[in-house]
Design a protein around this ligand. Sequence first.
Ligand SMILES: *Cc1c(COP(=O)(O)O)cnc(C)c1O
Length: 355
Amino acid sequence: MKIHNFSAGPGILPAEVLQEAAQGVLNYQDTGLSLIEMSHRGPEFVDVMDQAIALVRDLLNLSNDYEVVFLQGGASLQFYMAPLNLLSSEGYAAYLDTGTWAANAIKEAKRVGRVEVIGSSKDKNYAYLPEFSVPSDADYLHYTSNNTIFGTQFQNIPDSPVPLVCDMSSDIFSKPIDASRFSMIYAGAQKNMGPAGTTLVIVKKDMLGKTGRNLPTMLDYQIHIEKESMFNTPPVFPIFVSMLTLKWLKNKGGLTWIGEVNRQKSDCFYSALDSSSLFTGTVEKSVRSWMNATFLLNDTRLEPTFEALLEERGISGLKGHRSVGGYRASMYNALPLESVQALVNAMRDFEQQHG
Ligand SMILES: *Cc1c(COP(=O)(O)O)cnc(C)c1O
């Protein structure tokens, strides 16, 4: 049976990418060696790394003002590493508190320096996005473009008089964006780009070297940039699979293509949700996420029956995060429209029986 994979993270990857990744692990390009058992400084892996970086630059149309590195430690390490590299000791950073990950970023930044939270939606369990105005004397504004757990997403890049730093872990490469509006973008690979184990960091050169801090080597962006993501042994497998996924995306038509596919998927899901009398979305409609749709079954007593139907139809990974409950349909890039249609059909059939 075909499984429809709505996992929130690590998330679905294209089947053809997994095939190619498997082949590369067994025998990389007929070298007789696995890609994961050869030197990361050899021509094979250096080529993988170069391609991965070139694809990131190409897909996001990055100018030479930006550096691109693949690091480890997840997006969670960037919560600390970004302020460590960017936040001056006299200054402060503005943060938006729009979900669990945003709140974690705030917590870590406070260990480094002064933080002003200029907007929060915590009062309503992060079911909306707050109004805010960005102070012009902050070192930067940090926000989370897509709130993976709660299911809200910024529909536009915020206007900001100060440099923008964005955690794009769960919606990077999901639609066309003007990357030149950002001074830094970071993303854990495992939602929309590849397997867990590497974090993409894109940073504008003019942001670096300004804090005067004596940084630990491993936490210094400039070291990783100088060493071309190979200061220490990079996570070769996650970078390889990320590269294959980015290549898949580019060959399919890049961000314009995927933006259209993701729009169709989200329209398909939310129009079914809105026409249902059994299910209700958990967030304000105007800020619904294309990537993670959160919803509840109004009558929780029906949950076991609905979940049995999901299992029967091969619909996997729909359980909501414990802080929201209910269900979450994660519709990352590699999830095909037909999987969303399968979910919508299951919801409609369920409504016929129980509505
Ligand atoms: C999953 C997620 C994180 C955490 O990523 P790790 O790589 O596990 O540290 C951070 N931010 C967002 C938006 C996420 O979705």
